[in-house]
Design a protein around this ligand. Structure first.
Ligand code: MG
Length: 357
């Protein structure tokens, strides 16, 4: 199954509503679409799709950078065996240790093309099956009553898990959680994400105040580079701590596991550089008895579909935050897994199922 062509082009997406988090407010996503053509064993040419979703404040990448890296790398991939992801990543990693979104776009397109060529779902290529699973819905950071109203609306739409964006100060953040819990009642699962906004001491104070409101986990309480702070918070917190901006690579996963710096890893394909390295991160986590979680950047259903197959295929994945495609106006994709009342369902068919319009 040789790689015959790789096409790289910009893909600009519009959000229905602005998304405010502690790092800034997002209005749109400037992404990249990679289309890979491989030659199937029976001689057919089969196409697969991948998306790169750079988010400058998190991955340090831009659309221009992803386009440049993917276009530079593409010619040297032509003629390689498409299923040999070890060779593909070896080549990409020698070109640059960074560029996770660009690598992800290529990695996803090849996984999709290979599973389509073999006529199996992507989850099967990853060693699993397309079992349905729940995703949360994210509530952007806003005034407590605004977040409570949005939360209620999402629960009515069928979501039983909500992720609250926090990070503007202790009293504000506690008031947000109090307001949402008061509005949605006790049966909804609440996760919170501070996006690095707190100091370790603030984090411990806030967690102590919100823990009685039954919080499932607290995501990235402290700055990404403050691993010692993450260790300290994880050791003393009554609520499990999930690392997000602190974990991109295999090396990060090994370090956090070795130092027992957190209870959960948030794996994102745009940070890891695609499915192949994400599977290795999940394996490190599993061996260390760390559960994983799969999130996304601002992405369409092309790459969210790949992440959904990844979640379905791996038993160590405890949760998913795969909601970004639901914020888009429109999500320019047909086919693939769909969210129905908070649950990802997979139609039968090969590959990721998603086809960009
Ligand atoms: Mg996060």
């Amino acid at each position: 199954m040789r790689i015959r062509s790789i096409d790289v082009r910009p893909r600009n997406l519009k959000l229905k509503n602005p998304l405010p988090i502690s790092l800034g407010t997002f209005h749109s996503a400037a992404n990249v679409l990679v289309t890979a053509e491989v030659e199937a064993p029976d001689g057919r040419r089969v196409t697969g799709y991948g998306e790169g979703a750079p988010m400058a404040v998190i991955t340090g990448e831009t659309q221009e950078g992803v386009l440049a890296f993917a276009r530079l790398a593409a010619p040297s991939l032509i003629g390689l065996e498409a299923a040999d992801l070890e060779a593909v990543h070896d080549l990409l990693n020698r070109a640059s240790p960074r560029h996770g979104s660009a690598k992800a776009a290529i990695d996803l397109a090849l996984h999709d093309a290979v599973s389509r060529a073999l006529s199996i779902p992507l989850a099967a290529l990853l060693g699993g099956s397309t079992r349905p699973f729940l995703t949360d819905m994210t509530i952007g950071m806003a005034a407590p009553e605004v977040m409570a109203a949005k939360a209620e609306q999402e629960v009515l739409a069928g979501f039983s898990i909500l992720k609250l964006k926090l990070g503007s100060g202790e009293d504000d953040d506690v008031a947000r959680v109090v307001a949402v819990r008061g509005r949605v009642g006790g049966s909804v699962t609440l996760r919170v994400d501070a996006n690095q906004a707190w100091t370790p001491l603030q984090a411990l104070h806030i967690i102590e105040r919100i823990a009685p409101l039954r919080i499932e986990l607290v995501e990235q309480p402290v700055p990404a580079s403050d691993i010692q702070g993450l260790v300290e918070v994880s050791r003393r917190s009554a609520v499990p701590i999930m690392a997000d901006e602190s974990i991109f690579t295999l090396e990060d996963a090994f370090r956090l596991a070795s130092e027992q710096a957190c209870h959960v890893f948030n794996i994102k394909l745009m940070k890891s550089g695609g499915l192949h390295p994400a599977r290795k991160i999940n394996a490190i986590a599993e061996a260390a008895r760390i559960r994983t979680f799969v999130g996304c950047m601002l992405e369409s259903s092309v790459s969210v579909a790949a992440a959904a197959h990844f979640v379905a295929a791996h038993r160590n994945v405890m949760g998913a935050d795969l909601d970004a495609h639901l914020y888009l106006d429109p999500d320019p994709v047909t086919g693939g897994p769909r969210v129905e009342r908070g649950t990802f369902q997979f139609p039968a068919g090969p590959g990721s199922g998603a086809v960009p319009l």
